[in-house]
Design a protein around this ligand. Structure first.
Ligand code: GDP
Length: 372
């Protein structure tokens, strides 16, 4: 049962991603195999089933929740005869659509080429098919090799470009001097941009879709006469394509160089615990897990807690839960200062600001010792 819930949730997330990319989802298929089929990932029986559905309903694209190997992609395209996207490709597409700065665009382009490189043969057979194979004298490996070389050159060029921007950004960060730097981290769609807006009274793009934030924004925030910098970082997501983890290095640099992390959690999401784990995992990978942190449990206005936590909260207390009651839940038992808020209705906002103020002040004081 638990496994099935997970499956539904993963498919929900994939549908959300597809929607963000601009697709309309009409049908879901699931397949249970002890291990993925090496040729077609889902097995040829399932592929036939999908093919029939696609044919009958005039479907344009089939999306897979995992990354397919180049040959699986090729085989599936041949069997189902429709455009196949895997999770990686879909996510790259969304990032490409939404990249706003030249830096983000360069990062996405690099990731896309890295994804494309091992899949180049597939592109080539496409072209061949289009041209009907006529007039394609002796293309074969040599031309694929030429294409590969062009792409490799492009990849090195993009990497160089990124290095240059990296250096510029690092200089910018150094110039920010001794001001305390805080970074919002958290799974995607948890409300980081909304919180950023509320704290800095600026207008960062917030919408109910994944990846609204691609580029980091740094804002100056003042709480009780204490100025500090607040960075909104890219939303973390489960199974982020490795090409992106690497290429979004600079976004993560903001996190790596922050003095204080504000970990935002969407408590209304049924798997918020998994989200916390994913975020912590990434923080560990970039060696930022030992920084001071504040846990901000957001969206308490939209909270519906399922049975699994009934030991913590009695059913009657589910609505209008007071701060005192929140503080009795397991979530408060973390080693970090913890607060429960709604970025939307501003509930408990003052408590959160006080908490941020206290933590920032601690860091601030440690930097300017009186006996110095
Ligand atoms: P980000 O991806 O973490 O930056 O998340 P956003 O700030 O873009 O917010 C994602 C969605 O959650 C938007 O539709 C917000 O309006 C919504 N949201 C943010 N905070 C709250 C909250 O406290 N309560 C509710 N109900 N929705 C919220």
């Amino acid at each position: 049962q638990q496994e099935e819930d997970k499956l539904i949730e993963y498919m929900d997330e994939l549908e959300f991603l597809a929607h963000t990319a601009g697709a309309t989802v009409v049908k879901r298929f699931t397949q249970k195999l002890t291990q993925p089929d090496s040729k077609t990932f889902i097995g040829s029986g399932k592929a036939q089933e999908v093919r029939e559905y696609v044919k009958e309903n005039g479907i344009g694209t089939v999306i897979f929740d995992d990354e397919l190997s180049p040959s699986q992609l090729k085989n599936l395209e041949r069997e189902i005869e429709v455009k196949i996207l895997d999770r990686t490709n879909l996510i790259l597409d969304i990032f490409a659509q939404r990249a706003q700065t030249s830096y983000a665009r360069t990062q996405v382009e690099l990731a896309q080429y890295q994804y494309l490189l091992p899949r180049l043969t597939r592109m080539w057979t496409h072209l061949e098919r289009q041209k009907g194979g006529i007039g394609m004298r002796g293309p074969g490996e040599t031309e694929i090799e030429t294409d590969r070389r062009i792409i490799r050159d492009r990849i090195s060029l993009l990497k160089e470009k990124l290095k240059t921007i990296d250096r510029q950004m690092s200089t910018q960060r150094n110039n920010r001097g001794k001001v305390v730097r805080t970074a919002l981290v958290g799974y995607t769609n948890v409300g980081k941009s909304t919180l950023m807006n509320a704290l800095s009274k600026s207008d960062v793009f917030a919408e109910n879709k994944l990846f609204a934030t691609l580029d980091t924004t740094v804002r100056k925030v003042v709480i009780g006469n204490l100025p500090f910098l607040l960075t909104d970082t890219v939303g973390f997501i489960r199974k982020l394509p490795t090409q992106l983890v690497e290429s979004f290095k600079s976004t993560l640099d903001e996190v790596r160089e922050a003095d204080l992390l504000i970990h935002v959690v969407d408590i209304s999401h049924e798997s918020f615990e998994d989200h916390i784990a994913s975020v912590n995992q990434i923080l560990m990978e970039i060696n930022a897990h030992q920084k001071p942190m504040i846990m901000v449990f957001n969206k308490i206005d939209d909270f519906s807690y399922e049975q699994k936590h009934e030991d913590d909260l009695t059913p009657e207390s589910r609505k209008n839960i007071s701060l005192g009651e929140w503080e009795k839940t397991w979530m408060s038992k973390s080693k970090y200062p913890t607060v429960f808020i709604s970025a939307l209705t501003k509930e408990n906002f003052e408590e959160m600001k006080k908490m941020i103020y206290d933590e920032v002040l601690k860091i601030h004081i440690s930097r300017f010792p009186y006996n110095d």
